[in-house]
Each structure stands twice: as C-alpha cells, then as structure tokens.
Design a binder for this molecule. Structure first.
Ligand SMILES: Cc1cc2nc3c(=O)[nH]c(=O)nc-3n(C[C@H](O)[C@H](O)[C@H](O)COP(=O)(O)OP(=O)(O)OC[C@H]3O[C@@H](n4cnc5c(N)ncnc54)[C@H](O)[C@@H]3O)c2cc1C
Length: 359
C-alpha cells in the first residue's frame, strides 16, 4: 500500500470501526488479516520468510500513519508488539529452522505473537523472575505465571523468558518460543484502557518444549534478549505515539475558538506544537540509533529516558490546557485521553535507569 492507500485504510477500516470494536472490548482477527494482506504486518521482516524486506524504519513510519489517522492506540500496540517483541527477535536470534517454521505465518497474519517476560510480583525485574525452564530429556519443562502480556488472549506464539539456571540470577535466564498448546492457559485481564488490545496473564503449567525452541543460547534471556525487547519496543512505539499526539493536539486546537482563549493558553498550545515537531525529529534519530546504521548506545539510552519522562509530562500539560479551555470532549477525544495511559507503563524502570545513569 502506498501512503494514500494506507491513509484511506486507516480512516475507513480502523477509525470508522474503532468505537464498535472498543465497545465489544475486542480484538478483530478479520481486521488483523486485512492489515496482513495490506503488507503492513510483515513489512519489516525478511523476504526469505515471507516478509516485505522493508526494514523497521519503514514499518514504524507506516504504523505512525495508521496511528495518526486510525486513532486506535490499542491496535497499534498489538501490532508493534507482535512484530517487535515476537517476530523480529525471532528473526534476529532464532535458528534457521525456527525462522522457517514461524516467520511465514507471523508475516501472513495466520499466527499472532506476544512476549511474556514480566511477572506479577517483580514486573520485568530479572532478579525477581520466578518462571523456570527445567531441562527434561531432549527439551525443557516451563512453569510460571507471566503478565500482563499484550495480545496474550489471542496469541498463538509466545516468546517466554524463564530461568534455566535459577542460581545464576539474570545470567541464568533463557528465552523460548512457546506455542499455545497443552499446559498454556491464558486469563484475560481488563486494563481499563486500550480496549482494542487484548491483554492477559499467561500460566505455564509444566509446558514441554523441545530444545530447538530455545531462542539463541541458554543464558541469553536477559542481557541479549529482554534488554533488546525493551529498546526495540520503546524505539518503535515512540514515533508512533508522537504521531498520535500530533493528531490529538490538532483535534484539540481545531475545536477551540481562538478569541475565546487567553493569550497565555494560545502560547502554551503553540509551545506544545513546537515540541511535537522536535519530538518527531528526535524520534527519527532514535529509530536510526536502534534499527539503522548509527551506533551510539549512550545517546540511544538518553533519548529513551528523555521520551520516557517528557511524553507523560507533555500529555499532562495538554490535559490541563484542555480543561482550562473547556474543550468540548467528544467520544474520540475521551478515548484518546483514556488510551494515553499507555505512557504510564514502565515508569519504575525509568526511575531506576535514571538513578544509574551518572553514578
Ligand atoms: C498495557 C501494558 C502492556 C504490557 N505488555 C507487556 C508484554 O507484552 N510483555 C511483558 O512481558 N510485560 C508487559 N507488561 C508489563 C510491564 O512491562 C511491566 O513489567 C509491568 O507493568 C510492571 O511495571 P512496573 O513499573 O511495576 O515494573 P517494571 O517496569 O517491570 O520494573 C520494576 C523494577 O524492576 C527492575 N527492572 C525491570 N526491568 C528491568 C530490566 N530490564 N533490567 C534490570 N532491572 C529491571 C527495576 O528495578 C524496576 O524498577 C505490560 C504492562 C502494561 C500495563
């Protein structure tokens, strides 16, 4: 699809059906298949395995367009997590056999992916991870409870991180690809926001996986894989969220009578607009640092921390302006405000990373 076709798709198939899908609280497999047929789902992935070979930068650009026009942040998160937290790590870390087996259906939309890393008590803290993957015969037996996991209720394939060597802390974690099969149970979780993105808790009850479902090598679960997932997901989501915020800002401003608001408020709204332009440029830089040629881990971390703190503050400031200007809130603005709670996720990890940054 070219840009014009994508825009039309976002308006006619995503925006126009959003309220109905959100009211049902559901994920629409039909719409997912349409996105796959349009080429968006597999576009970042290797052509050898059924992908479009376009790379992550182009994928994020397309998803940004879908988010800015379709205004469905939940569907956007589901799509990003399917690609960035399951299919792409498989492409980077998986064996040829694993890639041949799972990438084609992931690209085609026949198989939905998710990543189950976090746990109820410890969040994403590798030191507090309880899930285990015990060696058993020529494979492993996985046990534990993961969540919340994006896409869990509809996922067919999970990237699971569990301890193969519980005594070795974060160095004893490994990652596996686990099909939804005997021993995998999912409990749906209602988040109260992002109604079009299904979330759930994944219960692994002695799930048998063969050794060839190990992603990479034993011990790669945290340092190589979980850390990459964190960086990839954030780097992909940030430009998409900025595009969504640009649309939010536009909808707020266009619903105001300029004569009816104070000069201070006009200045504040103009500043928020200018900031979005800067965020867009910085988001492109972040993408380049994560998926492109530019390599500078320190700059990438600082940009991730910058966005992690700045975007929620930006949203808070806009919320206050919306209230002060008494912007009439229609269904679209209400839903956007609700779904922006996504920006609160991962706050404590950011605080922890800030504390470690200089000292
Ligand atoms: C809408 C939504 C979608 C989510 N989707 C998923 C998903 O698809 N898959 C999934 O696994 N989880 C998912 N989560 C879980 C999420 O990533 C967090 O783990 C969880 O929300 C707990 O957050 P937290 O701020 O309490 O803790 P966390 O952000 O998990 O961090 C708690 C503490 O653990 C330590 N810690 C965390 N991560 C690391 C790390 N990488 N390295 C070192 N120390 C670390 C830090 O000390 C940190 O302060 C989702 C959560 C929400 C709300």
């Amino acid at each position: 699809m070219n840009t014009k076709e994508l825009r039309t798709f976002a308006r006619s198939r995503i925006f126009s059906t959003f309220e109905e899908r959100a009211a049902k609280g559901g994920f629409d497999r039909g719409l997912w298949r349409e996105m796959a047929e349009s080429g968006v789902v597999g576009m970042a992935l290797d052509k050898r395995y059924g992908g479009g070979g376009a790379g992550m930068g182009e994928f994020v650009e397309c998803v940004s367009l879908l988010a800015g026009e379709g205004l469905d942040l939940g569907l956007t998160l589901s799509l990003i997590d399917h690609v960035v937290l399951c299919a792409y790590p498989l492409q980077v870390f998986g064996s040829k056999w694993l890639k041949e087996r799972y990438l084609p259906p992931l690209c085609k939309g026949d198989c939905i992916g998710a990543a189950a890393v976090s746990e109820d008590d410890g969040g994403g803290d590798p030191k507090r991870m309880r899930s285990s993957a015990a060696r058993a015969g020529d494979g492993y037996t996985l046990s534990g409870v993961k969540g919340p996991v994006t896409n869990a209720p509809v996922a067919d394939l999970f990237l699971v991180v569990a301890a193969t060597d519980p005594g070795a802390g974060k160095d004893g974690l490994s990652a596996f690809l686990v099909e939804r099969a005997a021993g995998v149970r999912v409990e749906e979780l209602g988040l109260g926001f992002l109604p079009t993105s299904p979330h759930g808790r994944v219960i692994l009850d002695g799930v048998r996986v063969s050794a060839d479902h190990l992603l990479g090598e034993e011990g790669w679960g945290h340092e190589k894989i979980s850390r990459s997932l964190f960086i990839w997901e954030r780097s992909a989501l940030i430009p998409v969220v900025v595009s969504y915020l640009e649309r939010w800002h536009h909808l707020v401003v266009s619903s105001l009578d300029p004569e009816g608001i104070s000069p201070d408020l006009r200045t504040l709204l103009a500043r928020r607009k200018v900031e979005l332009t800067a965020y867009r440029a910085l988001g492109s830089r972040l993408l380049e640092l994560t998926f492109g040629e530019a390599e500078n881990g320190r700059e990438r971390l600082e940009l991730l921390l910058f966005f992690g703190k700045t975007l929620p503050e930006w949203v808070e400031s806009m919320r206050a302006a919306v209230e002060e200007a008494r912007v009439p809130l229609d269904e679209t603005l209400r839903a956007m405000d609700r779904d922006l709670r996504l920006l609160e996720v991962g706050g404590s990890l950011l605080d922890w990373q800030f504390q470690k940054l200089l000292f």
